[in-house]
Design a protein around this ligand. Structure first.
Ligand code: CA
Ligand code: CA
Length: 151
């Protein structure tokens, strides 16, 4: 098993996944977590690529949110699709990022992500309330980059 998959314990994963489930019960927004070794020199660009590759631009309301973690540099990026970015007030992402980063500095990675997901979920619920017949458009998951061969 690679390093990435050991980054979170099963318990950590449960904490994160239950935060996603809880958040998505109040909003049509779709939240996912991506874990890679390197965020690279341009973490936002790396995260955007992951966003597209994970099919996160395919939600009906364009309201997917990705929590991206580059474990080597402990870099964290949160980004949302156009539907969200066109609606949320300024400082929306900044406030989510700050709370996650505060936890990260104490080494509380899963707790930080769970808290960030909770905050994002609360705000998402304002702009994208859960509609009747809401579908889980993007399966709730922590996605790990594949490891090996120079990556
Ligand atoms: Ca949904
Ligand atoms: Ca989902």
């Amino acid at each position: 098993m690679g390093v990435l998959r050991k980054f979170f314990t099963k318990e950590n994963e449960r904490l994160i996944l239950s935060a996603i489930k809880e958040a998505e019960s109040h909003t049509s927004g779709e939240i996912r977590v991506r874990v890679e070794k390197k965020a690279g020199r341009h973490p936002m660009r790396t995260a955007r690529k992951a966003f597209v590759r994970l099919g996160m631009r395919k939600t009906k309301l364009r309201n997917g949110v990705l929590f991206f973690l580059g474990v080597n540099q402990r870099r964290f990026v949160v980004l949302g699709d156009d539907g969200i970015n066109n609606n949320v007030p300024e400082g929306f992402w900044g406030s989510v990022r700050d709370v996650v980063q505060e936890h990260f500095q104490k080494g509380l990675f899963s707790e930080g992500l769970a808290e960030g997901i909770r905050r994002a979920g609360q705000q998402l619920a304002t702009f994208f309330p859960c509609e009747r017949g809401d579908m889980d458009e993007l399966a709730n998951a922590i996605s790990y980059a594949r490891e090996g061969r120079g990556k």
